[in-house]
Ligand binder design. Structure first.
Ligand SMILES: Cc1cc2nc3c(=O)[nH]c(=O)nc-3n(C[C@H](O)[C@H](O)[C@H](O)COP(=O)(O)O)c2cc1C
Length: 209
């Protein structure tokens, strides 16, 4: 699909067709396409928990304002941002460095420099760590929605949930922030989607201080 058309056609779809599934191959394709999203120092501090099982979706729904799309969509993702993904010893951080050396983007002797550089950016406050997790997982999440649309599927992002409730129900440690939940499936064509929502224009977006 042409890029602008993908952008236009992506909508937060409230109604999912409960008779249509998303295959494992489709989900893998969407997740790996979304992983092409950029990230700070290519650290890719995102993870997802995939929910397909109805009991698990029911559990999630209870801590997510009873939003019906959670049980109607065949797949719901709990998107996670790793607050420690910049830190020496973090598995993804270490793997990222090894892969960067393998790919010729960094040299082995730059390890300490890499550790110090990310530490100086994100090690200084919990606010920076939260921002690191959220901004990167946010780019990934946006890419998931566009990848889903491009694959002929629909999605719905949600931040209407009780974060502590989701943590507890799915055993998610404080290391991860949960920027959003995302339903993925097929729009129920028997329902009517609201017309496209308004958007700010150029003049409303550009500012000077
Ligand atoms: C981070 C985020 C969280 C959202 N949370 C919810 C939610 O919990 N429930 C809901 O019905 N819609 C939610 N939305 C959907 C927005 O209301 C929707 O994207 C917006 O109105 C624009 O509509 P469109 O996506 O169809 O263009 C969320 C969207 C984003 C990006």
């Amino acid at each position: 699909m042409e890029f602008k058309e993908t952008m236009r056609q992506r909508r937060a779809v409230n109604f999912f067709d409960t008779t249509k599934d998303v295959t494992d191959a489709q989900l893998k394709e969407i997740i790996e396409t979304a992983a092409l999203a950029p990230s700070s120092s290519n650290l890719q501090p995102w993870k997802v928990i995939v929910l397909r099982d109805m009991d698990k979706k029911e559990t999630l729904k209870k801590v997510a304002m009873n939003q019906p799309k959670i049980t109607e969509a065949p797949v719901v993702l709990i998107v996670l941002g790793d607050r420690e993904g910049w830190k020496k010893g973090n598995a993804d951080f270490e793997k990222g460095f090894v892969n960067s050396v393998k790919a010729g983007h960094m040299k082995q002797e730059q390890y300490d420099q890499f550790v110090n550089s990310t530490n100086s950016l994100y090690g200084i406050s919990s606010e920076r760590q939260l921002a690191f997790a959220c901004k990167n997982a946010g780019f990934f999440a946006m890419s998931l929605m566009l990848a889903a649309k491009d694959a002929g599927l629909d999605s719905h992002p949600m931040d209407g949930f009780d974060i502590d409730g989701v943590r507890k129900a799915f055993n998610i440690s404080d290391q991860y922030w949960i920027p959003l939940l995302m339903a993925i499936g097929h729009f129920d064509k028997s329902k009517t989607l609201l017309p496209p929502k308004w958007r700010k224009n150029y003049d409303e977006i550009v500012v000077n201080f």
